[in-house]
Design a protein. Structure first.
Length: 240
């Protein structure tokens, strides 16, 4: 009985941890800041903390010292990289060769649908607590500023509205304003939201299995499209 109690306690603890939300806080003005929170922990992700100087670590080599490396070695490494294409690049070339461009487009379309479906499912469980976006449009002159303002208004309001039609949370603030004195685009963003870990794990695993399944099917279709090797004919001593 004690073993059952221990097992039930462990399973209950795992379930509790899965039901806890992951908190996300994002802020951008002149630099991007990102915090991830879980339970009692708040972890700053961006900007990355600079490594502390280690007095025992040797100083970095100067440019002159780096330039002393033989040029032949660099050329040799570059030649080796070119002679050994990546697995993904080689597979894509084989798909185009044996299945044509349509085969490659079918694969990319299916992978995009898997990624889009997984992302949409995750967004449906994302709880947005605060979202404020301010875009200030500037250009070389008033005409260019007005043109950019019109284009961005349509794109930004439509994109944010589409995202929030899926998320849990309808309160958000988006402002796009022209600035005829500025010469470039500036942005300010503040986002605060959360998603339960159970949804993140479930949909990530589901999307990964669907992705791997499509890759396996693509590899099988590629092997079937390749021409089968022709059997070698043998002749006897009489030429028959």
């Amino acid at each position: 009985m004690i073993g059952w109690y221990i097992t039930g306690g462990i399973l209950g603890l795992i379930l509790l941890l899965l039901l806890l939300p992951i908190r996300i806080k994002l802020q951008y003005e002149e630099e991007l800041y990102l915090w991830i929170g879980y339970a009692f922990f708040n972890i700053p992700i961006l900007p990355a903390e600079e490594e502390e100087e280690n007095p025992d670590k040797p100083p970095p080599k100067s440019k002159k010292e780096k330039a002393k490396k033989p040029q032949e070695s660099a050329e040799k490494k570059e030649a080796e990289k070119e002679s050994q294409p990546g697995v993904i690049s080689r597979k894509l070339k084989e798909i185009v060769k044996y299945q044509g461009v349509s085969g490659l487009l079918d694969l990319l379309r299916d992978l995009a649908m898997i990624a889009g479906g997984t992302g949409k499912k995750l967004l449906s469980h994302l709880v947005v607590k605060k979202f404020d976006l301010l875009l200030t449009i500037g250009g070389e002159d008033a005409a260019e500023t007005a043109l950019l303002y019109g284009k961005l208004c349509g794109v930004v309001y439509s994109a944010v509205g589409t995202i929030f039609s899926v998320c849990k949370g309808r309160r958000y603030g988006v402002t796009v304003q022209p600035d005829f004195q500025a010469k470039e685009l500036s942005a300010q963003l503040f986002f605060k939201g959360s998603i339960r870990l159970v949804f993140l794990v479930a949909y990530a695993v589901s999307g990964l299995f669907r992705f791997l399944g499509r890759i396996i099917r693509a590899n099988r279709e590629l092997e079937e499209a390749k021409p089968s090797p022709q059997p070698h004919s043998h002749t006897d001593s009489n030429g028959k």
